[in-house]
Design a protein around this ligand. Structure first.
Ligand code: HEM
Ligand SMILES: *[C@@H]1O[C@H](CO)[C@@H](O)[C@H](O)[C@H]1NC(C)=O
Ligand SMILES: *[C@@H]1O[C@H](CO)[C@@H](O)[C@H](O)[C@H]1NC(C)=O
Length: 296
């Protein structure tokens, strides 16, 4: 296997490993006004965490949200969505540097993608933010509706603020899946992947199995086993088997990729598309030039 093959395998495999979540819950934390919280969750995307204490008697939520912003002059955000599961409808807190140069929190009742500071449905108290050691924190109290025990939470990070308004975040899978249910009593949070992300995972796995495992193994058999005369012609059948199945799985991976591409209206992954189409064309040509069984 050449260095190139190795590099390619590494890239394919690393793309399969989910983005790591943070460990803020296990790290000792010091919060200015509320020194300890009774629960903490490391959230599954964007390296963020939520510490909280919930008093069910009066539905008071003491919380601290921690996340690294996407840029030094960026923002972090945490929200509860009482009417839906995603961004729209979120009763949102966003932390960023205010006019006076200090970190502060603004509330946003997000009803469309043009967000602006506005009152939110929940009363809040003692809202504050800081930016220490590369992470921004939002903390304070939120007075929820009596009887609430499970909420839809939404969180996000961005790289810039313009005219006192946070500028839009990225649209990577991590940014699209930063939402889920939070059980305030049992301390559990769950995230259901959206269908685009599920399809994207299937596309990734099919392509990794095909281009990353089956086709290289087939090639290795052809290149190295044929020098052993005794392995003839077994190596050839292993080679053909791997290439045929690998190519089949590759076609499926390519198909799911094309379908994903046609469904993604707003965002175009142009480079990725060209790489995919080129790889597929090369793979097809390689197979067509079929080098035939060994001339013994
Ligand atoms: C700063 C201005 C913002 C803009 C222009 C913006 C824009 C967008 C757009 C266009 C989408 C849909 C992308 C798609 O479906 O392909 C989206 C999704 C999302 N946004 Fe924002 N966003 C902003 C701020 C925020 C904030 C502050 C939060 C945190 C509460 C947030 C959380 C999310 C989440 C979790 C998603 C994915 C789930 C969903 O589609 O609702 N966004 N955003
Ligand atoms: C709710 O209960 C907590 C803890 O018992 C208390 O600290 C807080 O002041 C109460 N809040 C309200 C609004 O009564
Ligand atoms: C937030 O926006 C929704 C939809 O426009 C509206 O019904 C609600 O009253 C708003 N909340 C506040 C606190 O203004």
């Amino acid at each position: 296997m050449s260095i190139l093959d190795l590099g390619f395998l590494l890239i394919v495999f690393s793309s399969l490993i989910p983005s790591s979540s943070s460990q803020f819950c296990s790290a000792p934390s010091s919060f200015p006004s509320n020194p300890t919280f009774s629960a903490c969750n490391d959230l599954p995307t964007l390296s963020s965490s939520l510490h909280w204490t919930f008093d069910a008697e009066n539905a008071t939520l003491f919380f601290a949200f921690t996340a690294p912003p996407a840029g030094e002059a960026g923002w972090v955000s945490w929200a509860i969505n009482p009417t839906g599961v995603g961004m729209l409808g979120s009763q949102t807190l966003i932390a960023y540097r205010q006019d006076d140069g200090k970190m502060g929190v603004q509330t946003f009742n997000i009803t469309d993608y043009a967000i602006k500071p506005s009152p939110i449905d929940f009363a809040t108290a003692d809202l504050a933010a800081d930016f220490v050691g590369g992470v921004m924190r939002i903390y304070g109290k939120m007075f929820l509706t009596k009887g609430t025990t499970v909420v839809n939470q939404v969180w996000q990070v961005g790289a810039a603020v313009s005219n006192r308004i946070p500028v839009k975040h990225e649209f990577t899978p991590a940014n699209m899946n930063s939402k889920g249910k939070l059980d305030l009593i049992r301390g559990q949070s769950t995230v259901t992947l959206d269908s685009t992300t599920r399809n994207r995972n299937i596309h990734g796995i099919l392509n990794a199995v095909s281009w990353g495992i089956l086709l290289p193994i087939g090639a290795i058999f052809a290149r190295y086993l044929k020098i052993f005369k005794s392995a003839d012609p077994a190596w050839f059948y292993v080679h053909v088997g791997c290439q045929t199945i690998g190519y089949g799985v590759g076609v499926a991976g390519w198909g799911t990729g094309l379908k994903l591409g046609s469904k993604s209206k707003g965002i175009q992954y142009t480079d990725h598309r060209y790489i995919g189409i080129t790889l597929f064309a090369l793979g097809t040509l390689q197979g067509r030039g079929c080098h035939g069984p060994p001339m013994i």
